[in-house]
Design a protein. Structure first.
Length: 164
């Protein structure tokens, strides 16, 4: 597939230059970063959440863990993980689990992690498990600037310290 048509149209409509990076088939964002030889803090992964008010996609560095409590506090919501059947319905032109971080292209609300603010380059899932989209950091931030953002994730060591 290489790149989901919805994502491709969105990037073209916003006149954003991007490159496609091919890698071996992977099942997780962190493995995609390793396989594609990109820094894991520059690969923005998407985690789809939901509550009675609807869906929202949280976008964070692939080497971090989402802190659902921080997201709920920031948005004043009671979110939980969306189900796999819901992901299939929301991202019809993507393989299951290969959710593009630019989920606003799919008409979804997004909250993104401030830890992505200063990356010179950003990589996101292209919609399958073998390709990433490479964007300049400033282009990613330009597409995300009007969306809510905060620190919503932490690295494994910090998460362990907070919860132990």
């Amino acid at each position: 597939m290489a790149i989901a048509m919805t994502l491709k149209s969105y990037l073209e409509d916003h006149k954003v230059h991007y490159e496609t990076v091919e890698h071996a088939h992977t099942e997780s964002a962190i493995d995609s970063a390793k396989s594609a030889h990109v820094p894991p803090h520059q690969l923005a992964k998407a985690v789809v959440l939901e509550d009675e008010a609807g869906f929202i996609v949280s976008v964070l560095p692939s080497n971090n863990h989402l802190n659902l409590g921080w997201v709920n506090d920031e948005l004043q919501r009671d979110l939980k993980l969306a189900t796999e059947p819901e992901l299939k319905e929301l991202f019809k032109d993507c393989e299951t689990g290969a959710v593009p971080a630019l989920s606003n292209a799919y008409g979804l609300k997004v909250i993104w992690d401030d830890q992505l603010k200063h990356a010179s380059d950003i990589y996101i899932e292209a919609g399958d498990h073998e390709h990433l989209i490479h964007l300049k950091g400033e282009d990613f931030r330009s597409l995300m600037e009007k969306l809510p953002h905060s620190v919503i994730s932490a690295g494994k060591e910090y998460s362990r310290w907070v919860y132990e």
